[in-house]
Design a binder for this molecule. Sequence first.
Ligand code: WT7
Length: 649
Amino acid sequence: MSDNIESHLSENRIFKPSKEFSKNARIKSMAQYKRMHKESIEKPGVFWGREAKELTWQKKWTKALDWKAPYAKWFVGGKLNVCENCVDRHLTNGRANKAAIIWEGEPGESRTLTYRQLHREVCQFANVLLAQGIKPKDRVLIYMPMVPEAVIAMLACARIGAVHSVVFGGFSAESIVDRLSDCKAKAVITADGGYRRGGVVPLKANVDEALKKYKAVDTVIVHQRIGDKIPMKRGRDVYWHDEAARVPAKHVAKAFDSEHPLFILYTSGSTGKPKGILHTSGGYLTGTYSTCKYIFDMQDDDVYWCTADVGWVTGHSYITYGPLANGVTQVMYEGAPNHPDFGRFWDIVEKYGVTIFYTAPTAIRAFIKAGDQFPDSRDLSSLRLLGTVGEPINPEAWMWYHEKIGGGRCPIVDTWWQTETGAIMISPLPGCTPTKPGTATLPFFGVDAAILDETGEECAPNEGGKLVIRKPWPSMLRSIYGDKKRYRDTYWNDYKGMYTAGDGARTDRQGNFWIVGRLDDVLNVSGHRLGTAEVESALVEHKTVAESAVVGRPHEIKGQGVVAFVTVKGNVKTSEALAKELRNHVGKVIGAIAKPDEIYFTPSLPKTRSGKIMRRLLKELVATGEVSGNITTLEDYSVIADLQKNLKK
Ligand code: WT7
């Protein structure tokens, strides 16, 4: 295999769940896991049919799966309303007065919505959308802070069959323009702002800027979070509360086809343009419901907290759809983990008695750096289960999480999945799987994962290769919105009929999957995918830049930092000030998450004779300060020699 899928980790510490945990868990033994996994692979229709039957269907499906690679239809002929399953269902199963969302704002206020209250809010907002003329399959862009209205907006769209596309509140106006024009959204739901690190994020102002460029939006619905006076464009902008006051709070959820589109979520790929990952209804809901039930082992008295933002897939699957379909009580927090200091998360855990906590390795590393005094001075004894997602977790961080946060008693589920997979694919089951720091362990039910070499042969244990999924699964993406060719080319071209994840991985002798990282030109910055090509194209957009190459470098907290090599145009003078301007420019075009940590100006970039930039060399250079790999295809070695000197300075 190619040289970038090596792995030298060998981890011998094994942690088994306690007897006590296993006794109360849904899956209690490895024998039970193996039996169910076998059935789920051999008879997917039987396995998934049983899972799906736990949900409410207005019309039952006739066939569990219709698979014509690479297009899957799950629960063919079935009709359901996703929102009804997340909300209405709990009004008649004893959970009506149970807290659905316990929300805490960054400034410190708190609000609780029971399932009954959530139902009322969602119905009312569904009526607002209908009154604004939103129809089934219309696209609605959501650009919101972490407030319950973000979830209400998503659910209301689902309720009336509209397709939401949530854009992370940290993304820029230009990112909104790209997404609006790709999905041709008709309406935008936003807020006057949100609190972050003591400041206000000007969400509506960004929407206004975006709508100067994309003009086909006729309605902007603004949730008033801050209360400041902001410009409202007459005939286009309306306040959420004004419109809600005009409509009834009753709405009967009508059924949609199991394959009705539910949402589009944009994610980075190796070319410049983000991909609109399309998810549909019945299969997606079944997948997120089932993974919450088995992997987070959600029980009726749990208080679950996922710290992700609704702008990422984790917020879709493990804040909005999966947890609510399970009728769990969840905590939602608006702000930053370090506001006013690094004790904030642990205050929240203590205050609400959080039992299941799901976060990202990058956050864990930031907590380690901040110091043990923060968790040590809080009572974290309510916790019973911990989870991570977003990138491989380094064993040190795993051990700290286990000891400091989990008090040595909580199983850790390291969950591997992607925007495309919709739901968790590889993860321990907390009541049975022996865990080792750094591995996501074993495939979930229905997931036929394997590691293949270039010829399509399965790799032996400890041999690196490409991670593939050999069979369709209910929550899989259905396409890239508006671009079937890109869908086929990106995911289904390496091996016939199999999904390639774009990750390098290996298994160990016990069959545990160790994810090594991305194989394409995609960075993983703080657990989020960022295409190097996106950052490059943002840089080249700047009037001073002729060419650029962007690579990742290992970063203590973010996992990967962004390093940009920039060649400026003819007469431009390079300076610290220009580097700063370029960083801000990238922030403006994409969002702060994409700002290069370092910028190196260079008169030329290392290229092959055919003119392709050799990012591999740059990557090695920033990681080690040297280039030792194969450079025979390099057009001009002096470029590398110069860069090497330049970097040492
Ligand atoms: C990529 C997907 C799924 C929600 C968050 C990111 C990496 C994700 C793990 C994990 C090792 C992981 C992979 C994957 N990744 N979880 N537990 N261990 N790597 O979603 O933005 O679609 O990114 O994140 O490289 O392909 P995403």
